[in-house]
Design a protein around this ligand. Structure first.
Ligand code: MG
Length: 381
């Protein structure tokens, strides 16, 4: 029995993690749950999974929850960290959205907790200090992202030195094949229409601008100690191959499956074991075809920004990520146009004063500054 806490339990990945746990009650037990402010949803989860401690990030929501449950309730960043650091917890699922995941993740690593990471922003912004701490603590950092889970599975038992490149697949999003002027004024509803995966709002917008793929490139760099020259992006609209590894002998290993996040989530929880489940299987005859295209860096500049930020390094990826988070939220609030998202990010990256990103404090400071800068850039639009 593995004791688990989940940061972000009411979001898309959090709910699917609980679904995995529900179908493997002998393997996993939930000790802590944390969410942003959804009182009713977390009450349902408390009833079903009986955690020992629960955090609602927003204090008002936490106070409301306290009146409705006997379970210990905590709040704020301190509360989020408390859930991550619970004594008996062995693995922390980090599925909160955005850079908010950085602090609790690093503290949990320092305490020797294994991590199942769905929050790619954490590695993008703070890859260097996180990987350093993970190595020092000897913990296992399991990716939940389908692409990185695919890479992990393909690399399993292989020698890192025999990898010639990694090929990360990308669906291309809802605007694939179009010119930027055709979707510059896209509405949130249009941008949220992802062709293959069903995910939360922020990541779905990121998938439409291809920033999601850019963040994944940086995430892969840190997880698998890659240079950016070793990472290739291939557009694969059917999203059946979740990513591939090419080895020095020319052999390519791929991981293939349905568009069901519960599979990589389950693997992240059960590793090094593989356990069975009753989730739908991929029928290759019905799927029929798999096609591949070159990525379009011109009409999807966010992908180039990520490669650029990743190669330059330092605090630039943190600044890019912060600018993207703010811009996407403003777009979802209908405060800016869709086509302004990359324009804003570009401006913030240009203005950024780059520093070494070797400590979590430096990264957090760069993140904060870039958020302020982004708000200024948006005001001037
Ligand atoms: Mg992904």
């Amino acid at each position: 029995m593995k004791n688990i806490s989940i940061l972000g339990s009411t979001g898309s990945i959090g709910k699917q993690t609980l679904d995995v746990i529900k179908s493997h009650k002998k393997e996993f037990k939930v000790l802590g749950l944390a969410a942003f402010n959804e009182v009713d949803k977390i009450i349902e989860q408390i009833k079903e999974f009986k955690p020992e401690k629960v955090c609602l990030f927003e204090e008002k929501a936490a106070q409301e929850l306290e009146k409705k449950t006997d379970v210990e309730v905590v709040s704020g960043m301190k509360g989020l960290e408390e859930i991550a650091l619970m004594e008996e917890v062995e693995q922390v699922v980090v599925s909160v959205v955005g850079a908010i995941g950085m602090q609790p993740t690093i503290k949990a690593i320092r305490k020797g907790k294994n991590i199942a990471l769905a929050n790619k922003e954490t590695l993008v912004a703070a890859g260097e200090p996180i990987m350093k701490e993970a190595k020092k603590s000897g913990i296992t950092l399991m990716p939940i992202d389908s692409e990185h889970s695919a890479l992990f599975q393909c690399l399993n038992g292989e020698e890192r030195s025999k990898v010639s490149k990694v090929i990360i697949t990308c669906s291309g999003g809802p605007f694939r094949g179009k010119k930027i002027e055709d979707f510059y004024n896209a509405t949130p509803e249009q941008a949220l229409g992802h062709p293959t995966w069903s995910m939360g709002a922020k990541i779905t917008i990121d998938s439409s601008t291809l920033m999601n793929k850019g963040l994944e490139v940086i995430e892969a760099k840190w997880l698998y100690d890659l240079s950016f020259e070793e990472i290739e992006i291939v557009i694969h609209p059917q999203s059946l191959i979740h990513s591939m590894i090419e080895f020095v002998d020319g052999s390519i290993m791929a991981q293939i499956g349905t568009h069901d996040m519960r599979t990589p989530i389950q693997y992240a929880l059960s590793y090094p074991k593989r356990i069975s489940n009753k989730f739908p299987r991929l029928n290759l005859i019905e799927a029929q075809k798999m096609t591949f295209e070159k990525p379009d860096y011109e009409n999807f500049p966010c992908l180039s920004f990520a490669f650029e930020a990743g190669k330059i390094g330092g605090t630039l990826p943190a600044a890019m990520n912060a600018a993207n988070e703010i811009a996407v939220l403003r777009f979802l609030d209908k405060k800016i146009k869709y086509g302004q998202i990359p324009e804003i990010i570009k401006k913030v990256m240009e203005e950024h004063k780059n520093r070494k990103a070797d400590s979590i404090e430096t990264v957090l400071e760069a993140d904060k500054k870039a958020r302020e800068e982004t708000k200024k850039v948006i005001e001037k639009l």
